[in-house]
Design a protein around this ligand. Structure first.
Ligand SMILES: Cc1cc2nc3c(=O)[nH]c(=O)nc-3n(C[C@H](O)[C@H](O)[C@H](O)COP(=O)(O)OP(=O)(O)OC[C@H]3O[C@@H](n4cnc5c(N)ncnc54)[C@H](O)[C@@H]3O)c2cc1C
Length: 489
């Protein structure tokens, strides 16, 4: 496909963290990418500045450390969290950081361009014709230039959508403004989080002497309680708080901004030859501050699915993997969020009760299979109890071992050499999710022999034939301690 400037392997729409991560990863895998961004103002303002520590691994994988080194940021210096009781907990610094998101996104985009990814900005999609694998796309570039390209894949990473698809929890809205940091010097630069009766407040120091105040609440209830507008709502929330009362009367640096923050999953994230990534595919409750990490991680997984399809290695398998990761990301987050809302000191009030046991809502019969997969995954997570580890001293080497009776073998889509492949995996009530690899070693076919009892020495000999002995010992111990292997005798 290369050489002709109208032919690309993938068109990526949107240059936020999801779009640029996908573009960079696919380019690393050898594909030719065209990236379009509609915003002419760049760096553009964007919320979502608190980055969780997991972003670091992704930046490493994308080899983007140098490119991001100059992004203005504030290292997390700890948090005061008033959530479980009316007394704030002091949480130590956690390895997260607050960045200037506009600059973060711009630095990632500059890296992509530096690596040869072609960018059209400002640009937007006008029309798509053709079929999966051979899309004919018309773009509007700048004010009036039309450009026609042919692409094999379209990746939509255009951010949060107004159409929520499957709503994963009740509606949420966020409103925020900034104040001068010096006016809140008493807070010592630490992040403040407080559960209020009708929502929660988050406040943190941003790069550049600013302090962000953000209220997350039920949009309708907040309007009813304080009809006189967003600024009055934000000020009233601060005034009713313990940690941020001092901010209630401060002059704001600019107008109060608002956006929807309802968690959702877009059921059409996989269409043949056309995928959604990042917030276009699923949006998380901002309470975890992990949207950027999850968006970037999902893009890396989507790149594996695209690589699998473009290499003719299994379209159905790639889809199963992509949708499985999508459902898992939403289910895990919903599971965590529910538990977190349930811990609030005001958990018996309606705002909190509704979010402490939220059902996904499909708004009709859109993809009932995906909705079903989401509730199955959530039920599995809710039922999961980590096993109590058995002491190794209780393992009698004289007794043969076999797979525990409750162990089931399942076929699981896994990533091997950047492609999706099907592997036999273990499933067992003691596992949070099925397990195909441990310490990067495929467990099957070796462990299939354990359907029949096998002496420990033979098991170790068998495993050691394809991995170092100490690793074989660790893996056998890991499985035994969790009750996945049982002694017979
Ligand atoms: C109130 C709130 C607070 C949050 N706080 C945090 C936080 O503290 N930490 C965190 O990790 N996450 C946070 N998030 C989530 C985080 O902001 C998102 O998960 C993240 O920005 C998603 O990245 P993205 O690349 O998918 O989308 P975006 O960052 O929204 O990027 C999408 C890009 O696509 C472009 N675009 C849109 N339409 C088109 C089009 N038609 N053609 C071309 N380009 C287009 C846009 O201009 C934009 O540049 C928060 C979210 C909300 C709502």
């Amino acid at each position: 496909m290369h050489g002709d400037d109208s032919l690309f392997d993938a068109l990526v729409i949107g240059a936020g963290p999801a779009g640029v991560s996908a573009a960079l990863r696919l380019q690393q895998l050898g594909y030719r990418i065209l990236l379009i961004e509609r915003s002419a103002a760049w760096p553009r303002p964007q919320v979502g500045e608190a980055l969780t520590p997991g972003v670091r691994n992704i930046i490493d994988l994308l080899d983007a450390n140098d490119a991001l080194a100059a992004v203005p940021h504030v290292a997390h210096v700890g948090s005061r969290v008033l959530w479980r009781s009316r007394e704030p907990d002091l949480l130590p610094q956690s390895g997260s950081a607050i960045v200037d998101r506009g600059c973060f996104d711009a630095a990632l985009l500059a890296l992509a361009q530096g690596r040869g990814i072609e960018l059209e900005q400002p640009a937007r999609l006008l029309h798509v014709a053709g079929t999966a694998g051979d899309w004919r796309v018309s773009l509007l570039c700048g004010e009036a230039r039309c450009r026609q390209v042919r692409v094999r894949f379209i990746l939509e990473a255009s951010g949060r959508s107004a159409a929520t698809g499957i709503r994963c929890a009740p509606r949420l809205a966020a409103l925020w403004a900034e104040v001068d940091k010096s006016a809140l010097a008493a807070l010592g630069g630490s992040t403040q989080v407080e559960a209020l009766e009708h929502g929660w407040l988050w406040a943190a120091c941003l790069p550049g002497q600013r302090y962000r105040l953000m209220l997350v609440c039920d949009p309708q209830a907040a309007r009813q309680a304080e009809p006189s507008g967003p600024e009055a709502r934000l000020r009233a929330a601060c005034a009713s708080s313990q940690l941020l009362r001092v901010a209630a009367g401060l002059p704001l640096l600019g107008a109060v901004q608002m956006c929807a923050a309802t968690p959702y999953l877009a059921p059409d994230s996989w269409q043949d030859g056309r995928l959604k990534l990042g917030d276009a595919a699923f949006a998380l409750d901002p309470v975890s501050s992990s949207g950027v990490e999850k968006a970037m991680r999902f893009s890396l997984q989507a790149a594996v699915a695209v690589h699998t399809v473009l290499g003719n290695d299994g379209h159905a398998l790639a889809r199963r993997f992509f949708e499985g990761r999508l459902v898992e990301a939403c289910a895990r987050h919903a599971h965590w969020t529910e538990a977190y809302y349930a811990q609030a000191w005001c958990a018996d009030l309606p705002f909190w009760q509704a979010r402490a046991r939220a059902e996904a809502d499909g708004d009709g019969a859109v993809r009932p299979d995906l909705l079903g997969a989401l509730s199955t995954e959530r039920a599995r997570l809710a039922a999961y109890q980590p096993p109590e580890l058995k002491p190794l001293a209780a393992l009698n080497p004289a007794l043969p071992l076999r797979l525990h009776g409750a162990a089931a073998l399942v076929q699981l889509p896994c990533v091997v050499d950047d492609r999706v492949t099907l592997h036999t995996a273990f499933d067992h009530p003691h596992l949070e999710r099925p397990l195909a690899f441990l310490e990067n070693e495929a467990l099957f076919p070796h462990l299939a022999r354990l359907a029949q009892p096998l002496p420990l020495a033979q098991l170790l000999q068998m495993l050691s034939a394809c991995m170092p002995t100490h690793k074989a010992q660790r893996i056998a111990a890991w499985l035994w301690q969790r009750g996945l292997l049982e002694s017979v005798g």
